[in-house]
Design a protein around this ligand. Structure first.
Ligand SMILES: [Ca+2]
Length: 368
């Protein structure tokens, strides 16, 4: 399925028209707006970027939203929180379910639920993923746990699924239209879902933040074993060889996204319930990872961390700002994602066309 963009940046230029004609234009605009189902696909953000859309037999300009499931290890790194915020601010996407993955999946579900309550989106169900316990990997800890220490999941007004993997399978299988699974963590949930019901690969599309193809961490010009893959290699191999259409943002693109300067200040100073939740979560995360003391005490006031996961959310809506390549990608037993012409072909966002515009887009969405 291609992701060609449909640009609908038409503006009415009524200034030179007679008054009667202007009214026709105004009424026409109103009708057009209603036809677009008030999905409010935004035009003309400050970066000058065109309306987001993509072709999948779905025409977003007609107000059709893309049904998505978001699978996240929120609380480990802080970028999941930013990605969830972007997701909630993207009217192109219809969030059917959010599932949590790896380690303390219960605390992760609390973080999701608390953010959904804060933003008034308790219509969204939350599924607690299967906890992967006993894995002695420090980074699977939930560093935002303190942010939800007083939060009771039983108080969440929406639906909580105790078996997140089952909820994932059911949501895909019961959907009348294909679902897009946005995965921004390691892949135990998705692999388990494929194990339980292989047909989900026929009914869903996968978009993930996984892998490192030519560029590694911190922009280094060599591939790294990327965290989401190397943590659960067998699960990644299962997901990367399943029959669905796959798109990834590897470190090549997502690993260099960071807000600083004026862009970060806009988010910091917006002071909305959503941005307060982001910054509070960020502060807790910094405190609990001790980065606040060790690295840069002023970091909370100056910049974000690397915001990898936000790019996966973006790819569910558009590929306009990135260069896409179709590459055979194989997950090696050591957790590398290497190009292999015999492997399943995956859509890979390998370079930015305009990173600056993406950062503007992200800030616009978070602060609107
Ligand atoms: Ca993540």
């Amino acid at each position: 399925m291609s992701r060609a963009k449909v640009l609908t940046n038409a503006r009415f230029r009524g200034a030179a028209l007679p008054i009667k004609s202007r009214w026709i234009v105004v009424l026409g605009s109103l009708v057009l707006f209603l036809v677009m189902n008030c999905s409010c696909v935004p035009n003309n953000n400050s970066s000058g970027q065109e309306t987001l859309s993509r072709s999948k037999g779905q025409d977003l300009s007609q107000g059709k939203k893309i049904p998505v499931i978001f699978d996240t290890d929120i609380g480990s790194d802080i970028d999941d929180t930013w990605a969830l915020a972007l997701l909630l601010q993207s009217p192109e996407l219809d969030i059917k379910l959010i599932t949590t993955v790896t380690g303390d999946t219960l605390s992760r579900a609390k973080i999701v639920a608390k953010i959904l309550e804060i933003t008034g989106r308790t219509d969204i169900p939350v599924g607690i993923g299967a906890p992967v316990l006993g894995v002695p990997i420090r980074s699977q800890r939930c560093y935002q746990k303190s942010w939800v220490k007083d939060y009771k999941l039983s108080s969440y007004p929406g639906t909580i699924y105790q078996d997140g993997v089952k909820a994932l399978v059911d949501t895909i299988m019961n959907s009348p239209e294909p679902i897009t699974v946005i995965s921004v963590g390691p892949l135990p949930n998705i692999a388990a879902a494929l194990e339980r019901e292989p047909r989900i690969a026929e009914k869903a599309e996968f978009i993930g933040m996984q892998g490192s193809i030519r560029i590694g961490y911190d922009g280094r010009p060599r591939a790294d074993r990327e965290y989401n893959v190397v943590q659960f290699v067998k699960e990644a191999q299962k997901v990367f060889t399943s029959a669905w259409n796959m798109t990834i943002t590897p470190l090549d693109t997502c690993g260099i996204v960071k807000l600083k300067g004026e862009k970060y200040q806009k988010v910091l100073k917006r002071n909305s319930p959503l941005t307060r939740a982001i910054i509070e979560g960020y502060r807790e995360w910094l405190k609990n990872t001790k980065k606040l003391k060790k690295l840069d005490k002023d970091k909370i006031n100056t910049s974000s961390t690397i915001l990898c996961d936000t790019v996966a959310v973006y790819l569910a809506m558009s590929t306009e700002l990135v260069q896409m390549e179709k590459l055979g990608i194989r997950v090696t037993d050591r957790g590398y994602t290497i190009i292999d012409n015999k492997a399943k072909v995956i859509n890979c966002a390998t370079k930015w066309k305009d990173l600056n515009a993406f950062e503007d887009f992200l800030v616009d969405r978070l602060t609107k």
